[in-house]
Ligand binder design. Sequence first.
Ligand code: PMP
Length: 353
Amino acid sequence: MSFKLEKLLRPHIATLQAYTSARDEYTGKEGTFLDANENPFGSITDQDFNRYPDPYQAELKQKIAEIKEVKPSQIFLGNGSDEAIDLLFRAFCNPGKDNVILLPPTYGMYEVSASINDVEVRKVPLTADFQLRTDKILNEVDKHTKIIFICSPNNPSGNKVNREEILYLLKKFKGLVVVDEAYSDFSDEPSFTTELKNFKNLLVMQTFSKAWGLASLRLGMAFASKDLIKILNRIKPPYNISGLTQETVLAAMGNYEKVKAMVKDILTEREFLKTKLESLDFVNKIYPSDANFLLVKMPNANLVYDELIDQKVIVRNRSKVILCEDCLRITVGTRAENEHLIEALSKIFSSKK
Ligand code: PMP
């Protein structure tokens, strides 16, 4: 199935005159910079932040490219992956005309971004074990379908999505297939970035918010063909990644061993939490997880959620979400946090006996 990026793009984006700054014309580090109306005297903080940051994040992308084994030109960096999601709608989906396909239960921002951008959502629920219904998905496609969002490992179920079925959709669908790998660091499954050379309609998202422990900095990655990345770069706000974020993450890239160690600890804790939850007779089901959280089914989850809050234990209530009835999504915490949760749950259920 041939894929034509320019056919998918909204026409006015194809001809858009993108914003350029004076630093696009002069990229040297030394000079007398009187082009950007900055404060020449410095900042009110100890560290100076008075100069605008690199709008293309060249140094950081160079480092990310080495770790992720892609070219810098295949990387888009956003203010969280949430920014990449929004920009995809703005680049490809004509409001009131185009549609996207979502596979619930899944990450909530795809639908919120679609609504903000006035884009129709077509929902094809996953199977009971949270896998794709590929033929049903393809049946929903019409000439206005621009994007299919797949989350793997999936949030909130935690499982990885069957690779062969994602590849099948990539082959059959003429629009964009987004594979959101926010949780892939917790899984053995190889990243779909290895498929970028085979599919021009593939965009893979990852984030620094989970395994890297940098949620507060807001840094998300999108990997795709050079041409697709060029489009996202043209429509993003010019300085979307702060200088502080660029510098901090660049310095942290040398610490990849620490990320691996933290992931190992989280996986150990995931196993501990799972074993403890299994030992509680009121827990009906713990779904298999390739992520840093567990989806857990129990009676009256809605009520349990409120009672956990009374004990200052905050989890995510998914009990009203399709296929997640009576389920709570529990992030894997430290040993002390996990023990606190188990204690709080035991208290709630022993009072009900
Ligand atoms: N994708 C998924 C599947 C997520 O669960 C989340 C955050 N919960 C994100 C993307 C957003 O990540 P970021 O912090 O990079 O915006």
